[in-house]
Design a protein around this ligand. Structure first.
Ligand SMILES: [Zn+2]
Length: 305
């Protein structure tokens, strides 16, 4: 039972040069907290490689990948939408963020690590097949899932997305792929404007009203997810790990606490242990209160083992 952490200093150089909640300090605070935490299993730190063009084009439209490479500035900042901007380091950070998840898949599938956490930014779950939005360029989790499906010939992968925002990008990429069971809990109504029209039996959405507390959250995800995940018998489990449903988060209005992240992780880990020897990969998405990140991320990572 070993844990791997994958990150890269490039992830902290992506910066809007103005006050923005998705800021470099997020990565630094988490990396520092992970180094100081006393885990229940041996832990190894890895530097993320760049995702390759082939890996990106396996998840996103080739024309979209070309566009992101073409628009990346050599100086100054370019804005793709009101939330989503690139500086001269953004492309490298985005390549590392997606590449981290590819490395995570290799570490888990080659049984070098049982569980991996990717401490990366920019985040990914709003990035669609051919669209950047919501601070996201490449869908990091989706790039890793595609790698696992294609290179390791897996056919049953679960993604548990507990970020406070609906992962429209992940849903967009996998909505017609029955090899992927996508479980997403999120504040509703809220950004990015979830639509239930796309729901099907392998998209398990749990919309939560503003003000949802621990008890309501646990009850709803338990009912919606746990039996279905166990019945699906995943060969690999991913977390889209956003911590912006935390009560201290400045962007959203749910009231989760550290114990809820530990509880959910432990429940999913139990199923993963029965189905796939506990093979789990967690990837940072949102979470904008630095103190909440410093406490919740190490506890979540430890709960995977
Ligand atoms: Zn979020």
């Amino acid at each position: 039972m070993t844990i791997a952490i994958v990150s890269h200093p490039q992830c902290a150089l992506h910066n809007a040069n103005f006050t923005h909640p998705e800021r470099p300090e997020r990565i630094e605070v988490i990396q520092d907290a992970l180094r100081r935490y006393h885990f229940d299993a041996p832990i190894t730190f890895y530097e993320a490689p760049d995702a390759t063009r082939e890996q990106l084009e396996n998840t996103h439209a080739k024309e979209y990948v070309d566009y992101i490479f073409a628009i990346a500035p050599t100086e100054g900042v370019v804005t793709l939408d009101p939330d989503t901007w690139m500086n001269p380091f953004t492309l490298n950070a985005a390549l590392c963020a997606a590449g981290a998840v590819v490395l995570a898949v290799d570490l888990v599938m080659k049984q070098i690590a049982q569980a991996v956490f990717c401490n990366v930014r920019p985040p990914g779950h709003h990035a669609e097949f051919d669209k950047a939005m919501g601070f996201c360029f490449f869908n990091n989790v989706a790039v890793g899932v595609k790698h696992a499906l294609d290179v390791y010939n897996l056919s049953r992968i679960v993604i548990v997305d507990f970020d406070v925002h609906h992962g429209n990008g992940t849903q967009n990429i996998f909505q017609n792929d029955e090899r992927v069971l996508y479980c997403s809990s999120f504040e509703h109504p809220f950004y990015p404007g979830y639509s239930a029209e796309l729901d099907n039996e392998h998209l398990l959405a749990v919309p939560l009203p503003a003000g949802t507390n621990s008890e309501e959250f646990r009850s709803k995800v338990q009912t919606a997810w746990f039996d279905k995940i166990a019945a699906f018998k995943p060969q690999l489990v991913f977390f889209s790990a956003g911590f912006d449903a935390h009560i201290k988060d400045p962007l959203a209005n749910l009231n989760l606490v550290e114990a809820d992240y530990v509880w959910l992780t432990q429940q999913i880990a139990k199923i993963a242990k029965e189905c796939c020897e506990g093979k789990m990969i967690s990837v940072l998405e949102g979470g904008y209160n630095l103190d909440a990140l410093a406490h919740c991320v190490p506890a979540h990572v430890n709960a995977m083992v």
